[in-house]
Structures are given as C-alpha cells and as structure tokens.
Design a protein around this ligand. Structure first.
Ligand code: SAH
Length: 257
C-alpha cells in the first residue's frame, strides 16, 4: 500500500498563518519535503521521527530539478510513508503543485491539496495593501515575472490595459523592464507601485514609488528577491494602513498552544 502525499500551503511567511489542517498534516508526517521560503517554526512542528528534506534552492546553490523533487515524493510514498510537501503561500499559485500532483497519478499515489494563504493576497495585507478596494481596484491579476524556459515572455501590453491591481511574483530581476514596458504600453507613469520583501515576516521591508521611480528606489534600498511587486492605486494605501494595523503583534503566538 502506498502512503499518501499532502501538498500543503504554508502561507506567506508568518508561521501562524498556516491552516489548522496544514499544521495537522505537518505533525502527522513521516517525511517533510520543504522549500526555502518555508519558515523554521513550521519545521519544528514535525514529530521527532519525521525525516526533513530541503529541496529549496539557496542563493549559492542550484535549484533541485523539479523531476528530482517529484521522484523524492514518489519514492517515499511508495515506501508507504505519509509525505508532506510544504510550500510557501498556496501550493497551486506558482508553486508547481499541479506538476507534482500530476506526477503522482501514474503511480496511483493518493494525494490531497491543503490550500494556503498566497503571498499575492495575504502578503500584501501585512504591508497595509488591500488587493482590492471599492475606490480604486475592482479586480486583481497575479502574474509571474518569470516564464518557464521555452515559453513566450510575458506580454505586458495586455496588462497595461487593465485597471485592476497587478501583483507580480518572481519579478524582481525584471523590475525595471516590467515598469518601462507598462509605461510604453500606455500605463500612467505615476501609477503607484510597492515592492514588499519578506512579506509577513519579521524582516518585512516595503519600498513605495510609482512606475517611473520604483526601480531606482528599490536599487537604492538594496531590496532583492523574494518580493512582491504591487502595481495600482491600492499600493498607495500602504502608508495609511500599514501603521494602523496591529497584526504583527500576533506573530509571537506560539503554534502549539
Ligand atoms: N506559492 C507561493 C508563490 C511561489 S513563487 C504563494 O502562493 O505565495 C515564489 C515567489 O513568490 C517569490 O519569488 C516572491 O515573488 C513571492 N513570495 C512568496 N512569499 C513571499 C513573501 N513572504 N514575501 C515576498 N514575496 C513572496
């Protein structure tokens, strides 16, 4: 009998943002396969016998190929173990969760997906940015700044026409290109932009500007990946809402109490 694989979303960073079900899965796991963006507090929730496998890339280390990650999940599940694949945010939002689930099917390995709070929504909230707002954004669009090799590059002209909030993940190396492309395709250069690094973690940093200024402000501040790029009027709410919200205090909450 194969074991089962749970694809679990860890939430954006604050460990207490994991779901009750996700935490339960971690505590029951025989094997925990995790990414770089998953925080240590959640790993500490695994039981003492659980095998922890880090498949995240580190700054000086090449990423483990997706196929190898799939094989790790398959191997342990076929040995009858309960495997938790813990991912930052939500497993199906640019998390390759779909690819991993598909890889399990030919091996008849049962799996379950436990959604998580995506950084594209929850991460912004911690920076005082509501992803929608009746006064200024009635839709939002979550975009990857980085397409799979061999795929067409992002067509920014499509997004320049939209009025809603644009949230770009994995876009930091392309920040200047993204902003200039949107301006060239007709988006107002004064459109507010915020860049949020390590959203919802203690190290969270936010830089605000507009389409024209943000790339150099981010460079001056030395902000790097992992970060969210938020484009649209809601980005301008950061200064009003971040300092009045109180959710950061809750970070001291202990998970096992
Ligand atoms: N599944 C994840 C996204 C994975 S893609 C989710 O739902 O959030 C990885 C990218 O997500 C990073 O390069 C960065 O752009 C963004 N990201 C994830 N967590 C983040 C955080 N806490 N702060 C800022 N950006 C984050």
């Amino acid at each position: 009998m194969p074991g089962k694989v749970w694809l679990v979303g860890a939430g954006p960073g604050d460990p207490t943002l994991i779901t009750v079900k996700g935490l339960h899965c971690i505590r029951q796991a025989d094997v925990l396969v995790y990414d770089r963006l998953v925080c240590k507090e959640l790993l500490d929730e695994a039981n003492a016998q659980c095998e922890l496998i880090n498949v995240g890339k580190t700054p000086n280390f090449h990423p483990i190929p997706q196929e190898e990650i799939n094989n790790i999940l398959i191997k342990h599940a076929l040995q009858g173990q309960n495997v938790v694949r813990l991912k930052g945010g939500d497993p199906y939002v640019f998390g390759r969760g779909g690819e991993e689930a598909e890889a399990l099917i030919p091996h008849h390995i049962p799996f379950e997906v436990v959604p998580g709070i995506t950084s594209a929504i929850g991460g912004l909230a911690y920076a005082g940015i509501p992803v929608t707002h009746r006064d200024c954004a009635s839709s939002f669009h979550v975009i990857t700044g980085h397409r799979k090799e061999g795929k067409d590059q992002v067509d920014w002209s499509q997004y320049a026409k939209l009025d809603g909030t644009l949230v770009v993940l994995m876009g930091m190396s392309q920040l200047s290109h993204i902003c200039q492309s949107l301006i060239m395709c007709g988006k107002d250069a004064s459109t507010p932009v915020a860049v949020v690094r390590y959203a919802s973690r203690k190290e969270q940093q936010v830089v605000c500007g507009n389409l024209d200024s943000i790339a150099s402000l981010v460079q001056d501040a030395g902000l790097r990946s992992p970060a969210l790029i938020v484009i649209g009027k809601v980005a301008g709410k950061h200064t009003i809402l971040e300092f009045t919200a109180t959710h950061h205090e809750i970070q001291s909450l202990v998970l096992n109490q």
